[in-house]
Design a protein around this ligand. Structure first.
Ligand code: PHB
Length: 395
């Protein structure tokens, strides 16, 4: 096979067509800044990504501003609260009453379908099956992304700014942090066993349940498809358990609620990690979303945090490229990190308050229940949770 090299030029090269990259290209286009997005996946693969489903109020406000007829309002559902369940009793956290905000259940792949259609309709240069391998020249005014097309040809994108929106295995990250693994890590000794099943809702709102047998989360996807998770060992092979065993495990972890069962058509094991890259920006390159940080899924912060990064970065890149003002880009990392570490804390806190560990002593267990009780028994406690869960207002 003969390989050719093509060099293209744009103002902002975006690696990754996930929510962060797509929303960023939209915000830049609004400011008159053109961009090229590359992603190693096919459009079909991107639209089938199974990820979390909760959007914060600020994320929904932004999606609505981008597209007033967004399907988040027709296909998605507003949730005005969640239930914390422990010692066999449910305790509702009423979001509007506590903080005047809500969240929406709208799966990430629906956001991706909407944003891909919108960007392609607007004429966005969006290239699928293009695998970026490295970034050079971030200390110069023209950083470059090196990539390979599906046909095996080399593609070089010359830009004024490069953005890594390419997830936890980012190839842009080393150009910013010096080494792909430079950052702050935390592993957790458990994972989530997730299922999708054909059944009606077991509950109108999400149930986060702490039980003596471990954690479970009862979530939804639609009136006839449900998403549920239970805490498991990270080494669990998702294919081994029978459907009967899965239902038994789930039922035993939400004492006081009877789950509506149905055929399970998808199962996966999600590992838990917390990560924040050591640097979010260097010269003419920056990181957003999972390329910059990972949170465990318990607080549903992942995609919302990516959106918050992008709002800040779009403004900073605009100031830099249109007004030649570097102040916002110089402040980007510090500004983004304030929210990132709040979300890291919230996700870690929800995770450690709700999951149980084999090595927990009776003291640990009772302390955990005391912690849950101090949240649900106090308006200040419930408000703290509601404020974080619905999301701190965007900049
Ligand atoms: C989900 O529905 O996939 C989901 C919801 C809430 C979470 C995590 C995942 O905290």
């Amino acid at each position: 096979m003969s390989t050719a090299t093509q060099t293209i030029r744009t103002r902002v090269a975006i690696v990754g067509a996930g929510p962060a990259g797509l929303i960023l290209s939209h915000l830049l286009a609004d400011a008159g800044i053109d961009s090229v997005i590359v992603d190693q996946r096919t459009r079909g693969d991107i639209e089938q990504t199974i990820r979390a489903g909760i959007l914060e109020q600020g994320t929904v406000d932004l999606l609505t501003a981008i597209d007033p007829s967004s399907r988040v309002h027709t296909v998605g559902t507003r949730h005005d609260g969640i239930e914390l369940r422990f010692e066999g009793e449910g305790h509702r956290i009423d979001f509007p009453a506590l903080v005047g905000r809500s969240v929406w259940l709208y799966p990430q792949h629906e956001v991706l379908k909407d944003m891909l259609a919108l960007r392609l309709r607007a004429g966005q240069d969006l290239r699928f099956e293009v695998t970026a391998s490295r970034v050079e020249g971030v200390d110069t005014p023209t950083p470059r992304v090196f990539a390979t097309t599906a046909a095996g040809d080399e593609l070089i994108i010359e830009a004024d700014f490069v953005v890594g929106a390419d997830g936890s295995r980012s190839v842009v990250r080393p150009a910013i942090t010096g080494d792909a693994f430079n950052g702050h890590f935390r592993e957790y000794p458990f994972a989530w066993f997730g299922i999708l099943c054909e059944a009606p809702e077991s509950s109108e709102e999400l149930i986060y349940s702490n039980s003596d047998n471990g954690f479970a989360l009862i979530s939804q996807r639609s009136h006839d498809v449900q998403r549920m998770y239970f805490q498991c060992d990270p080494e669990t092979d998702p294919t081994v358990m029978s459907e009967e065993e899965i239902w038994e495990t789930l039922q035993s972890r939400v004492p006081g609620t009877t789950l509506k069962e149905g055929p399970i058509f998808q199962r996966d094991v999600l590992r838990f990690r917390s990560f924040v890259a050591s640097e979010l920006r260097h010269g003419r390159a920056a990181l957003v979303g999972d390329a910059a940080h990972t949170v465990p899924p318990t607080g549903a912060k992942g995609m919302n945090l990516a959106v918050a990064d992008v709002v800040l970065l779009a403004r900073a890149v605009n100031a830099l490229l249109v007004e030649n003002d570097a102040r916002l880009i110089d402040a980007y990392a510090d500004e983004a990190l304030k929210r990132i570490w709040k979300a890291q804390h919230f996700s870690w806190w929800m995770t450690s308050m709700l999951h149980t560990l084999p090595e927990h002593t009776e003291f640990d267990r009772r302390r955990q229940l005391g912690e849950l009780r101090s949240v649900v028994d106090s308006e200040a406690g419930r408000t703290f949770l509601a404020e974080a869960y619905t999301g701190w207002p965007l900049a």
